[in-house]
Design a protein around this ligand. Structure first.
Ligand code: DQQ
Length: 546
């Protein structure tokens, strides 16, 4: 085995080599899914950014085609940064992206269109001469003015887009309107802004249905929808969203009353997940979310293995029935990769017990488990002095081995034979005044024997955080479910049907390929029951960007 390649993923999207970051302009057009992404054609670190392009008919098998957009004109010669696709009336796709025009990082918004609409893969893109379409005026910070969204059409027949930006420390989304998609005028106010949150990158703004599970086209408005505004916070490198109302009259987005803007708000993912973008898939009436996971290994290792960054498994997004958060779930197509099913049913786990799940290739697996318990009485009290917004701190103090009352219980993924290495994904339940608080962790702190001191990332220790989030779940039925997609150096976990999601990148040295083990465990005094556990080896897609 080439030691540099043991951490390559088997079924996640990644090109054969070099650096990737943000997913760009995802769309479905005439039977084909398109994924563009930020790519460095020259190496495994960020730089020389172009839009690489891959196509698929099933979101699983991907064919790499020519780079769609790359620096070539004065309006993008220092970089082709993130952006989005919109399908215009008459079934005509158009891309908006950010061009870097000078060494000072000045940002403008450009467009590109397919050279030949009858090419099923839309291989060639043209950047017409009337670019750039939008240049920052005096009121805009021109080095923080990027990542145009998919456009939506207002009732007045005018298109709208927003770009991520800031004014000093106030994060905001500047809004522009256009009748013909070519001439854009800045709105007098941002769609939304929030003090003290710093720069907003990669905004995403879209409706979700209040009444059903179907996804909606980006322009849908009205009484049956809520809107989602997601931003990537430059400062924390996490993605936050609020649910709210799009007031069409005032052309403003207003978060619901109990929503929090900024870093105490809801996150798409409490781990390594950034610069995501969603799109509406009309072939299955769903909204799909693509997110990027950076490496957490050292830059030296990235350069040695000659690749960095993966796209995570696309997720469908729906509104939770509570109306207070979103639910995310891996697209159903990923289930076509499942092989060799193993299952466990009604298996008790007393305090300190663990059961090995055998019969699958754990390094590349899909595991779906439902735990039940008889009582909540043993849940430990939630100490009022704990920071309610800092789940990660709580997880790092009360890891998987610290005995609790109800939990910690869950999975030990990517475990070496003698547990020198493991990445636990687990729950721990606390009792608060009149409700329960459920903590979910994905703890990378014991994931690798590589010495974090000698494997420095950008001068710091290798990054092995105890990622965690709270799960807003009603425990009346005394059940908690967990699904983890494991793929060599990534563990993507979905708690309680996708209420809380956490992605970790990990770099085991022993728990690789056939030497990785998987356990279900319980370190709480309350016995938990594995009501059902289904696990599969995940096969490689036949085609992945070769
Ligand atoms: N990555 C792009 C920017 C965006 C950032 C540059 C987010 O357009 O703001 O590669 O990761």
């Amino acid at each position: 085995v080439n030691v540099r390649q043991v951490h390559r993923t088997g079924y996640h999207f990644q090109p054969t080599k070099h650096w990737i970051n943000d997913p760009n302009g995802p769309m479905y057009y005439n039977g084909v899914y398109h994924l563009f992404y930020q790519y460095n054609p020259k190496g495994a670190v960020w730089g020389n950014i172009v839009w690489a392009h891959s196509v698929s008919t099933d979101l699983i098998n991907w064919k790499k085609v020519e780079h769609a957009i790359y620096p070539s004109k004065p309006f993008d010669q220092f970089g082709c940064w993130s952006g989005s696709a919109t399908i215009l009336p008459g079934n005509k796709p158009i891309i908006l992206y950010t061009g870097i025009i000078d060494k000072n990082n000045t940002q403008v918004q450009n467009y590109a269109v397919p050279a030949n609409l009858s090419d099923p893969y839309l291989r060639e893109w043209i950047k017409p001469d009337n670019n750039p379409l939008i240049v920052a005026d005096q009121s805009v910070n021109k080095t923080s003015f990027r990542d145009p969204t998919t456009a939506w059409l207002g009732r007045d027949g005018h298109w709208r887009i927003v770009m991520g930006s800031r004014r000093k420390d106030r994060g905001m989304t500047h809004m522009y309107r256009s009748k013909d998609f070519m001439h854009w005028t800045k709105a007098g106010h941002p769609l939304h802004s929030s003090a003290g949150t710093g720069n907003w990158e990669c905004p995403d703004f879209y409706p979700v249905s209040i009444s059903g599970k179907n996804g909606l086209d980006t322009s849908v408005m009205g009484p049956n929808v809520k809107h989602v505004l997601k931003v990537s916070l430059d400062v924390t490198r996490y993605e936050y969203y609020t649910l709210g109302s799009y007031l069409a009259q005032q052309d403003r987005y207003v978060p619901d009353k109990d929503m929090v803007d900024g870093w105490n708000g809801l996150r798409y993912d409490y781990g390594n997940f950034y610069a995501s973008k969603s799109f509406f898939d009309p072939s299955k009436n769903r909204r799909i979310l693509w997110g990027w996971a950076n490496e957490s290994d050292t830059t030296d290792n990235d350069v040695q293995k000659n690749w960095a960054g993966i796209q995570l498994i696309p997720r469908t997004i729906v509104l939770d029935p509570s109306g207070k958060q979103l639910l995310q779930w891996p697209i159903e197509e990923v289930e076509t990769l499942r092989r060799n099913k193993v299952e466990l049913n009604n298996q008790k786990l007393a305090k300190g017990e663990k059961i090995e799940i055998k019969g699958i290739t754990v390094a590349q697996a899909d595991v779906d488990v439902t735990f039940t318990f008889n009582s909540l009485d043993n849940a430990e009290p939630f100490d009022p002095s704990w920071d309610r917004y800092d789940a990660q701190k709580l997880c790092s103090q009360k890891g998987s081995t610290v005995q609790g009352g109800l939990g910690p219980f869950g999975l030990l993924t990517l475990a070496s034979e003698n547990l020198e290495e493991y990445t636990p994904v687990f729950f721990r339940v606390f009792k608060d005044q009149n409700k329960h608080v459920v903590l979910m962790c994905s703890d990378a702190s014991r994931s690798s024997l590589m010495d974090p001191k000698t494997h420095m990332k950008n001068g710091n220790d290798a990054y092995r955080p105890s990622f965690a989030g709270f799960v807003n779940v009603d425990l009346k039925d005394k059940k908690l479910s967990l699904r983890s997609l494991i793929d060599n150096s990534v563990v993507e976990s979905f708690g309680a049907g996708g209420k809380t999601c956490i992605t970790s990148r990990v770099y085991p040295t022993l728990a690789v390929y056939g030497n990785a083990h998987l356990y279900a465990f319980n370190n709480g005094t309350e016995t938990v029951n594995i009501e059902s556990l289904n696990a599969w080896t995940m096969s490689r897609p036949l085609q992945m960007n070769h």
